[in-house]
Design a binder for this molecule. Structure first.
Ligand code: 5MM
Length: 340
């Protein structure tokens, strides 16, 4: 029974070419983004911003699931309606980030391991009771010099699989997010090699720990050169490098791969997703979708600036990005859409 429910959730999240909206910024990350735009870093400002997002008209046409943060899943609209109810009423499945962040990895300077396994079984039960039906855990892997170390890949893959197994036990679909970071001057070839290595280790641990492939979602990075690399590839080259790396490392039984945006511009992330659909759709074993945070939210946040009078414009920008990404999943996105 639980197994069928998990499969149904995994499918529903991405039905009709929808994707996920990651709105799970922890308080420090959200505050950092607010600070850059001169928005007050208060609980009320974060609540107001999240209300703007979840009440965006039509959002449920393009977004199948929203990933919330612990503070956000407990919040309400100004009129008292819980955000979880607002999302469900809009046809959006609520999800929850359950890791407690990437911390310095002892003995490995410059590398991190994601924490949050202690007490996770109890927290998952609480989130399920609050209405969450999927969860997310993000590991970060840096490239540069001798990095990543074997240790960094191994401990993060182990934790991702432990988290995923606990989620399935609790009736939540695990979103497994091993993010190979874009910071640095490495080449696209280097990112491809590391991404493949990381994914192989993640799926090895997933197999070892009995996680059911059909009941999980992978949230990987696109294969990109470092942001300081002097050679930047075309949209098509990124699409090819990304899909080829994934085809070599991601089992066909996984229902969907939903990319993170990782600091790419909103339009580039959409164009690259579109190119993957155009060039590979007929030969992909999994649905290829999006689970963007910045690449959906950033234009809206910049318009809002913390002011009530900007809410409508910000919501239109958010809806626009969600719609563009849905269109990219069909392989029908073009620059023309950005002129509207
Ligand atoms: C929203 O950002 C999430 C991480 O937040 P914290 O650093 O505050 O814990 C992150 O996991 C996000 O969901 C994914 O990386 C996707 O976000 P981008 O902006 O890369 O699409």
């Amino acid at each position: 029974m639980k197994s069928q429910a998990l499969r149904d959730i995994a499918t529903t999240l991405f039905g009709d070419n929808k994707g996920l909206l990651a709105m799970d910024e922890s308080t420090p990350t959200c505050n950092k983004r607010f600070a850059r735009l001169g928005i007050p870093q208060t609980e009320e400002a974060r609540r107001a911003y999240r209300e703007l997002i979840v009440t965006t008209p039509g959002l449920g046409e393009c977004i199948g699931g929203a990933i919330l943060y612990d503070e956000t899943i407990r919040q309400h609209k100004k009129d008292g309606t819980p955000f979880v109810k607002v999302l469900i009423d809009a046809g959006i499945i609520p999800g929850i980030k359950v890791d407690i962040g990437a911390k310095e990895l002892a003995g490995y300077p410059g590398e991190k391991v994601t924490e949050g396994l202690d007490g996770l079984r109890d927290r998952l039960a609480e989130y399920f009771g609050m209405g969450a039906r999927f969860a997310k855990w993000r590991a970060v892997i840096a490239i540069g010099g001798d990095l990543p170390s074997r240790c960094c890949i191994a401990v993060n893959a182990n934790a991702l699989a432990r988290y995923a197994a606990l989620c399935q036990e609790a009736g939540l679909v695990p979103i497994v997010e091993p993010e190979v970071l874009m910071q640095g001057n490495h080449t696209i070839e280097s990112c491809s090699e590391v991404t493949e290595k990381v994914l192989r280790e993640v799926f090895c641990q997933i197999h070892l720990q009995g996680v059911v492939l059909e009941e999980m979602i992978l949230k990987p990075n696109m294969v990109l050169p470092g942001s300081d690399c002097t050679s930047q590839p075309s949209v098509e080259e990124v699409a090819d490098a990304t899909v080829n790396a994934l085809l070599r490392a991601v089992p066909a039984a996984v229902p969907a791969v939903a990319f993170l945006s990782g600091g790419q511009s909103a339009e580039l992330a959409t164009a690259r997703l579109n190119a993957m659909s155009v060039r590979f759709k007929s030969r992909l074993p999994w649905a290829v979708a999006f689970s963007f945070a910045r690449a959906i939210q950033q234009p809206a946040l910049e318009l809002w600036k913390g002011r009530d009078e900007n809410v409508l414009a910000a919501q239109q920008a958010l809806y626009h990005r969600a719609r563009c990404n849905q269109t990219a999943r069909r392989g029908e996105y073009s620059q023309e859409m950005e002129k509207v």
